[in-house]
Structure formats: structure tokens, C-alpha cells
Design a protein around this ligand. Structure first.
Ligand SMILES: O=C(O)C1=C[C@@H](OP(=O)(O)O)[C@@H](O)[C@H](O)C1
Ligand SMILES: C=C(OP(=O)(O)O)C(=O)O
Length: 442
């Protein structure tokens, strides 16, 4: 078979300076299209992330009857079909690499009287879907596929579905959102209980679209109630910059001597911004400028300056608010002074790759001192000295965009560069990453 992978060697860099603007938030972009597709009338979205994952959501919503198109000014227009109006897709829904598309769309299909088959790439086809098929089965949907509960899977929706009250067994915004979306076309009230708060974009956006969503906080838990038979009103949405993408530039500027960089328009929803707090605790200089609200989300420009970081014990309670940022935090820790310990990160093993094992291997190859534990990594940092890997070492990306970008940043802070075996997965969440990085280094 022909190898189409696109390797790249990320070389040590000069200071990162000036201003950069990262693309729109991936979570909010997915939800903008899904909710726009459920509203009757035209929803307009500015700043949508045009990454492969979001485009998979757009294609799926189109296959189920919505009109989704990019306008000449770069904004997106969605003409929705209304809650309950999704149509039977004629062919299987190709989800590519995207867990968010798959799990949230299974929720939508579950309470419509339609059947859809979900397929994905090799990475997505290894990820657990039982976490959504279990609650959605309690609502009456049926699933047909393999015994492992992985893609390809066919969801046979039911209308009317049965409202449930479900306590999340894993801290997952995708599972929460799948149930909430199923609840929109279900009579009565669908309840999700979150023992640990996760990103709350679905709650904020559903309320913005006019759905009735009640949130109660009790004893550290969040109880979310979605009123069914909802009617969504079309919206004008401006998507803030993705903090998970800004993370790579923030860590790069902290690590590379002489850097002084402003990252503009970064979403700082408290359920997403954990990494910046951890980096500040490590001694990183990250200032918030021009704090404001964009699309119902807190946003600021981040002013990041080169800093000597100190290793720390990362409190596992912060994990959900930075769940996608651990790979790049591991890179920061590899250059910090002293030991960084992370725990409670079992969820990282079921992302696009096993991010604990993949980063342990990648960082060791790049010359870092890393110990792998079941639920995290212990990293002994260099104290700011560049990483020195063996000359022939090559990062295995394992179809995981965050590994590719994290090791790109490790390359900037290395003696002789870091070779990444395949940069193609970067396009799933941050298509212009390489250009933006090259521009900031200039
Ligand atoms: O709801 C979302 O948009 C997401 C939730 C998180 O996944 P989990 O819910 O599996 O933690 C995150 O890792 C993913 O990138 C996006
Ligand atoms: C885990 C991620 O995405 P998803 O679950 O949507 O594939 C991610 O973007 O890091």
C-alpha cells in the first residue's frame, strides 16, 4: 500500500513574537452546525473552524436534510429542518477522526425516527462508543454493530423516545451533550447529572437557541434538565478562538527564549481554560488583555512571554477543564525545572490515540525523562535546556493531531529538531497551524 503520510522535522526556533489569531473553537463550531440544523430558518456563523472534524459534522447534517454552506465572505449559513425534522440519510455518515461528531450525532439520531450508520478512520474505529450507546439505549434507541461497541455502528432512532435521568459514569461533555441533544426531541424532561463539571458549551448554546435548559448545582454536582419537544430559533453566532489551539502557541512562547507573543481572541470559558492556570502556577507569564464576551463566551487576548517553568503536581480535579491540553502540558513539563506529576488521566487513553503512551514514547524519543503510570506521566524536566533526542528518533503521531502539534512545539525547544512522522492529522482541528507557526517564528 502506498504511504501518504507527510513527515516533517520541526527545528529549533528563534523567538515567537507579534500577534497570532487561532481558528474558531472546535466544540462550539460542531454545535453551531448541529443546533443551526435543528432551528427553522437561517443561522449564520462567523469564525467557524473549517477543520476536517467540523466539516464531517457539516456533511452529516446536510445528509440529514439541513442546508449548510460557506458564503463568499467566509461565514457559514445553515438552514435548519426543525427539531424532529431530520431526514433519513441515504448513505453512511463518514465521521473521519472526530469523536465529537460521532457521539453528539448519535444523540440526535437516537430520538428521531431514522436510522444512520456511522463510520470512521482507524483511530475513531478503536474508540469506545458504549458510553453513549448505553444511555441512548435507555431512551429507546437501538444500536447494531460489533460486540466491542466500536464503529462502524448503526443507530436506529425512535420517536417518541423516553426521557431519562442519567448520572455520567465518566467525565465527558460528549456523553452529556449526546443525551441533551436526544432530549430535545423527546417528550418531558431529560436529566443529566454530572458529578464533575465538563465543558458547558451545549448548555450555553442551547439556551441561546431558545431551548429550555435548567442547571442546578448541588454538592459539587451539576444537574442539567432539558425540556423536550423544543423549538430552536435561528441565531447569529460568532465563534471565539479555540483555547485548545491557542495552547500550542502559549507553550511555544513560554519555552522559546526571547518570545513575546499575543494570541488574540482566545475563548476562556472556565470549563476550558485549565491549562493557562496550570502554566501560570508553573511560573509562566500569561496575561489576559482586553477581556470581553464573544458569542456568550468569555474571551481575551493572551500576552505570553518566555518564562522559566517549575515542575508541579497537577491537581487531577482540573483535568476536565484541560482534557485536550495534556500532551502540550507534557512538553512544557519536559523543559521545566524539576518534576511534574500528573494523575487521574485515564480518559487520555481513549482519545484519538492513547495519549499517555503516545506522549511517553514521543517525549522519550526526543530526549525527555518520562515515567509512564496507569493514570498519567511523571516528567523530570531539563530546567530550560533544549531537548536532545537520538538523531534517528521519529515521533509516532498515531493519527492524533494533538500529538503532532505538541511534538512540533517540542521541536522548537530542542537542540537538533524533532521529526514528526505524519502532520496530516493536524488538519482535523487546526488546518493553518504550520503557516501560523512559521509566521510567528519569523
Ligand atoms: O464535547 C466536546 O466538544 C469535546 C469533549 C471532550 O471529549 P470527552 O467528552 O470525550 O471528554 C474533548 O476531548 C473533545 O475534544 C471535545
Ligand atoms: C479528543 C479530541 O477530539 P474528538 O474526541 O472530537 O475526536 C481532541 O480534539 O483532542
Amino acid at each position: 500500500m502506498q504511504d501518504h503520510s507527510r513527515p516533517h522535522r520541526f527545528l529549533p526556533s528563534g523567538p515567537l513574537t507579534g500577534r497570532v489569531r487561532v481558528p474558531g473553537d472546535k466544540s462550539i463550531s460542531h454545535r453551531s452546525i448541529m443546533l443551526g440544523a435543528l432551528a427553522v430558518g437561517e443561522t449564520r456563523v462567523a469564525g467557524l473552524l473549517e477543520g476536517e472534524d467540523v466539516l464531517a459534522t457539516a456533511a452529516a447534517m446536510q445528509a440529514m436534510g439541513a442546508q449548510v454552506e460557506r458564503k463568499p465572505d467566509g461565514s457559514w449559513s445553515i438552514h435548519g429542518v426543525g427539531v424532529g425534522g431530520l431526514l433519513q440519510p441515504h448513505s453512511s455518515l463518514e465521521m473521519g477522526n472526530s469523536g465529537t461528531s460521532t457521539r453528539l450525532l448519535m444523540g440526535l439520531v437516537a430520538s428521531h425516527g431514522i436510522t444512520a450508520t456511522f463510520t470512521g478512520d482507524a483511530s475513531l474505529s478503536g474508540r469506545p462508543m458504549g458510553r453513549v450507546t448505553e444511555p441512548l439505549s435507555l431512551m429507546g434507541a437501538q444500536f447494531h454493530g460489533n460486540a466491542r461497541g466500536t464503529l462502524p455502528l448503526t443507530t436506529e432512532g425512535i420517536c417518541p423516545a423516553v426521557p431519562i435521568a442519567y448520572r455520567l459514569p465518566v467525565a465527558s461533555a460528549q456523553v452529556k451533550s449526546a443525551i441533551m441533544l436526544a432530549g430535545l426531541n423527546t417528550p418531558g424532561i431529560t436529566t443529566v447529572i454530572e458529578p464533575v463539571p465538563t465543558r458547558d458549551h451545549s448548555e450555553r448554546m442551547l439556551a441561546g437557541f431558545g431551548a429550555k435548559v435548567e442547571i442546578e448545582e448541588a454538592d459539587g454536582e451539576r444537574i442539567i434538565r432539558v425540556h423536550g419537544d423544543a423549538e430552536l430559533r435561528p441565531q447569529e453566532i460568532e465563534v471565539p478562538g479555540d483555547p485548545s489551539s491557542a495552547a500550542f502557541f502559549a507553550v511555544a512562547a513560554l519555552l522559546v527564549e526571547g518570545s513575546d507573543l499575543v494570541i488574540e481572541n482566545v475563548g476562556l470559558n472556565p470549563t476550558r481554560a485549565g491549562l493557562f492556570d496550570v502554566l501560570r502556577k508553573m511560573g509562566g507569564s500569561i496575561e489576559e488583555l482586553n477581556a470581553r464576551e464573544v458569542g456568550g463566551e468569555p474571551v481575551a487576548d493572551l500576552h505570553v512571554r518566555h518564562s522559566l517553568l517549575n515542575g508541579i503536581d497537577v491537581d487531577p480535579a482540573i483535568a476536565p477543564s484541560m482534557i485536550d491540553e495534556f500532551p502540550v502540558l507534557f512538553v512544557a513539563a519536559a523543559l521545566a525545572k524539576g518534576r511534574t506529576t500528573t494523575t487521574g488521566l485515564e480518559e487520555l487513553r481513549v482519545k484519538e490515540s492513547d495519549r499517555i503512551a503516545t506522549m511517553a514514547a514521543a517525549l522519550s524519543g526526543a530526549g525527555a525523562q518520562v515515567e509512564e503510570r496507569d493514570d498519567g506521566l511523571v516528567i523530570h524536566g531539563t530546567g530550560g535546556a533544549p531537548l536532545r533526542g537520538s538523531a534517528n528518533s521519529r515521533t509516532k503521531t498515531r493519527l492524533d493531531h494533538r500529538i503532532a502539534m505538541s511534538m512540533a512545539i517540542a521541536g522548537l525547544a530542542s537542540q537538533d529538531g524533532v521529526e514528526v512522522d505524519d502532520t496530516r492529522p493536524i488538519a482535523t482541528s487546526f488546518p493553518n497551524f504550520m503557516d501560523l507557526l512559521a509566521g510567528a517564528e519569523a
